[in-house]
Write a protein that binds this ligand. Structure first.
Ligand code: AMP
Length: 185
């Protein structure tokens, strides 16, 4: 299965992503994790990305597209994957479509985890990550609204979008996801 997982920061994507990869045994491609690892290792990409990440802005598309293009070619992605945090802009989504078309490996489904903004702010403020300061949270939520949420229409138009209500217990939310993903197994 090839899945894209979309949701605003604080929606609980990380928790649900772990449950998805455990049950459906797909590779987990979290661009946030990849960038944090690059930043901590002080690679060229990591050093470039740091200033965007710490201010809550999106890292430039060319960096992300190169990173994912390389990652998708690795052996563990050939049977499928969960893309978590990518694409986050229309340009990234179009670049992904091109890569997948060339390999004749279309996406199966795009999952959206929906959580209202006031709830996101509460959750993020309680999390304590370095990019969870109030002004950075505001910036990250604005990046989602302005740059990422247009993807919902983009994938909706292709008939790929399935939305899940992100309010409720971890198990309740995962049950909705299972109902959707079980159709694509
Ligand atoms: P995340 O853990 O997914 O919230 O990502 C943490 C940070 O990494 C984001 O706030 C962005 O600065 C950066 N980032 C992760 N994925 C992307 C992406 N697809 N495009 C641009 N920036 C990204």
């Amino acid at each position: 299965m090839r899945i894209v997982f979309i949701g605003p920061p604080g929606a609980g994507k990380g928790t649900q992503a772990e449950k998805i990869i455990a049950k459906y045994a797909t590779a987990h491609l979290s661009t946030g994790d990849m960038l944090r690892a690059a930043r901590d290792a002080k690679t060229e990409v990591g050093i470039k990305a740091e200033k965007y990440m710490s201010s809550g802005q999106l890292v430039p598309d060319d960096i992300l597209i190169a990173m994912i293009s390389e990652r998708l070619q690795q052996a563990d992605c050939q049977a499928g994957y969960l893309l978590d945090g990518f694409p986050r802009t229309i340009a990234q989504a179009e670049a992904l479509d091109k890569m997948l078309e060339q390999n004749n490996t279309p996406l199966d489904v795009v999952l959206e985890l929906q959580v209202p903004e006031d709830e996101l702010f509460k959750r993020l403020a309680g999390r304590g990550r370095a990019d969870d300061k109030p002004e950075v949270i505001r910036e990250r939520l604005a990046a989602y609204t302005n740059q990422t949420s247009p993807l919902l229409k983009y994938y909706g138009g292709k008939g790929l979008l399935k939305s899940v209500n992100g309010l409720g217990s971890v198990e309740e939310i995962f049950a909705q996801i299972e109902t959707i993903l079980d159709r694509y197994k």
